[in-house]
Design a protein around this ligand. Structure first.
Ligand SMILES: CCCCCCCCCCCCCCCC(=O)SCCNC(=O)CCNC(=O)[C@H](O)C(C)(C)COP(=O)(O)OP(=O)(O)OC[C@H]1O[C@@H](n2cnc3c(N)ncnc32)[C@H](O)[C@@H]1OP(=O)(O)O
Length: 262
């Protein structure tokens, strides 16, 4: 079974992994392959198109594209940031912008890394927590823009009606989730595979359901395996502060997800 998967992974990447299997255990092989997937995804975070060996279509959906549940305010801020991303000029040349929109899938291993076989092997039913409700606008509507030069990102977040905590307001756990996601995305973008080690949150003002807010995350510092991120959640005009947070992410080897301490 593992050899079969290895052979398919090899052909997915145009490499004869299977031929080079002698002397390498399947565990080592998968670990190397997973590592490569994670590294490349976190460096580029872009969909990788490969020839699917699966007979059914598995076209990834980028959940961070505008949809009909987005309020005019959400759409306006999105458009403003898109205007700061790379654009095609009239003569067909690419003009570099300081910001880049990151895509967002509901199956990160499968779509962000093209790990179609790994995603089946690890957990076929797994879905990203923030992207697992089909009803558009009901939970987390968000899009992340990253500024590599300035080592920071901004997430435009619209909080849906299923995220209620205090009546009419967003649940603190939902706010923690989106902060973890955004700060984790930035840490992963800058440092490669990471896990959250510590998240400190100060809730400064209640956030009404349906609000559109900005989640500003910035690199504080990197010390050895530790990436420290700061975060502020504000209204879109930045006049109101909802939440502040700091987060620590620790770089992991891929074996960490399979119980290894290395
Ligand atoms: C996958 C494909 C992606 C594709 C694209 C995806 C796009 C979609 C993006 C979504 C983004 C979501 C982001 C959510 C990310 C999670 O929510 S992860 C889930 C929640 N986190 C966990 O479950 C982590 C559980 N904890 C652990 O696994 C381990 O404790 C940790 C955190 C990895 C640390 O491992 P460790 O072996 O203890 O680390 P160790 O090497 O001993 O320590 C390293 C350093 O960190 C320090 N440290 C460790 N823990 C702590 C702590 N809690 N406090 C302070 N310092 C600490 C140590 O003291 C040490 O410091 P120095 O000695 O270097 O000064």
């Amino acid at each position: 079974m593992l050899r079969h998967i290895a052979r398919r992974l090899g052909s997915l990447h145009g490499q004869q992994i299977f031929n080079g299997l002698k002397g390498i255990s399947p565990d080592q092989l998968l670990s190397k392959e997973i590592h490569r997937h994670l590294q490349s995804s976190l460096e580029t975070i872009s969909p990788i198109s490969t020839t699917s060996l699966w007979p059914f279509s598995s076209q990834p959906r980028d959940f961070s594209q505008p949809n009909s549940s987005w309020s005019p305010e959400m759409r306006k801020v999105y458009d403003d940031y898109i205007g700061l991303c790379d654009t095609d000029s009239e003569n067909g040349e690419k003009q570099k912008g300081p910001w880049r929109k990151l895509p967002s899938y509901n199956r990160s291993i499968k779509y962000a890394t093209a790990g179609i076989h790994l995603s089946k092997l690890i957990q076929a039913k797994a879905r990203l927590f923030t992207r697992n409700v089909k009803d558009q606008g009901a939970t987390f509507e968000y899009v992340v823009f990253v500024n590599k030069e300035e080592k920071r990102c901004v997430c435009v977040f619209q909080a849906g009606h299923l995220l209620e905590g205090a009546p009419g307001h967003v649940h603190g756990g939902a706010i923690a989730t989106i902060i973890d996601t955004v700060t984790g995305t930035l840490a992963g973008f800058l440092s490669g595979p990471i896990m959250t080690a510590n998240l400190n949150i100060d809730y400064r003002s209640p956030m009404p359901l349906g609000s559109v807010v900005l989640i500003h995350s910035a690199l504080d510092r990197i010390e050895r395996k530790k990436t420290y991120i700061t975060c502020k959640v504000t209204s879109t005009d930045e006049s109101k502060l909802y939440t502040e947070a700091t987060a620590l992410f620790v770089s992991i080897g891929v074996g960490h997800l399979f119980g290894s301490r290395n």
